[in-house]
Design a protein around this ligand. Structure first.
Ligand code: G4P
Length: 289
């Protein structure tokens, strides 16, 4: 059996520029909305985010919830609520949850709105910075909420030129992340989970090993979905044998009767990404070390 580990060569991280830009913008915003992928709520975050936003009110948007396990998404929402962080499920592809975002911003920032009013700053909009690692759906979210025209607000005095502000309504303006927030490069599990969802190209990874690693999670958390898709399986074996069983069931056999495990892994990954196996969340609260 193959060695079940692999090292991922990450592109070198350069967070310094983003860190500086966020630091500059922070005094001008009222809250941070962080978009994460509901299927991998741990791996799809930037590890420095809490430190970067320095205690600003924080709203977590569990996007792509149309592809995630609803019960687990609910568990994540309750987990964040218990820490006084507002969290909402979003499906930006179909526009679900957008209105809830607007009301959540206004309730989360109710005190700030009152403060603006008490200072006679009636009409001053709330400014929210949208952050997230690449591919979580930030642009889709902004396009959805800002409408087709992507009403782009003009550059503002005191705000670095080039920052992307969007006027949503009279009470709300959004700012797109100034810079790129990277995931936690050095963690192999993070890399694999981003690859499962397609956020990282699996060209740079060993597909067979990636398929095996995905099967480890699916056979532990969703064995019934695997069997519903591929038929009766013997789970009393390692992930390589499980991949062989699945490949054989799909007729992926090469000379000598062996399974074409690379083809089987490609098929498994593609079917997972297209939700053919089911609505699946790969990371649970108990994984949150
Ligand atoms: P980013 O700005 O954070 O980098 O992400 P972006 O909006 O470009 O979205 C990345 C991919 O995720 C896009 O797919 C987008 O359609 C998809 N996506 C965003 N939000 C959702 C969602 O709530 N549900 C689902 N199912 N998908 C979502 P793509 O394959 O790169 O492009 P395309 O399929 O839209 O052409």
């Amino acid at each position: 059996m193959a060695d079940n580990t692999q090292s991922i060569q990450w592109f070198p991280g350069h967070m310094a520029k983003t860190r500086r830009k966020i630091g500059e913008i922070l005094p001008l915003i009222d809250a941070v909305a962080e978009v994460v992928d509901a299927r991998i709520p741990i791996s799809s975050r930037n590890p420095e985010i809490a430190e970067l936003i320095k205690g600003k009110p924080h709203i977590i948007l569990l996007n792509k919830c149309d592809m995630a396990d609803k019960n687990v998404t609910e568990e994540w929402i309750n987990f964040y609520k218990a820490q006084n962080i507002a969290a909402i499920p979003l499906d930006c592809k179909n526009g679900k949850g957008i209105d809830k975002f607007k009301t959540t911003v206004k309730t989360t920032l109710a005190e700030r709105l009152e403060y603006y009013q008490s200072k006679g700053m009636v009409g001053k909009p709330l400014r929210v910075m949208v952050v997230g690692i690449p591919n979580v759906g930030k642009s889709t979210f902004i396009n959805r909420i800002a409408g087709k025209t992507r009403a782009k607000a003009e550059n503002r005095p005191g705000v670095t030129r080039g920052n992307q502000w969007f006027t949503i309504d009279k009470q709300l303006e959004l700012l797109d992340t100034p810079g790129v927030l990277w995931p936690k490069f050095e963690d192999q599990t993070v890399g694999e989970h981003l690859a499962f969802t397609g956020a990282v190209k699996d060209r740079i990874l060993d597909t067979e090993l990636l398929g095996m690693r995905l099967l480890e999670i699916l056979s532990a958390s969703y064995p019934e979905l695997l069997e519903a898709r591929y038929g009766k399986l013997d789970f009393e074996c390692d992930s390589y044998d499980l991949l062989c069983q699945i490949g054989k069931k799909r007729g992926m056999v090469i000379r000598g009767g062996e399974t074409d495990t690379e083809r089987a892994a490609n098929m498994l990954l593609e079917e997972y990404r297209n939700c053919k196996i089911g609505l699946i969340t790969l990371e649970r609260i108990s994984d949150n070390a």
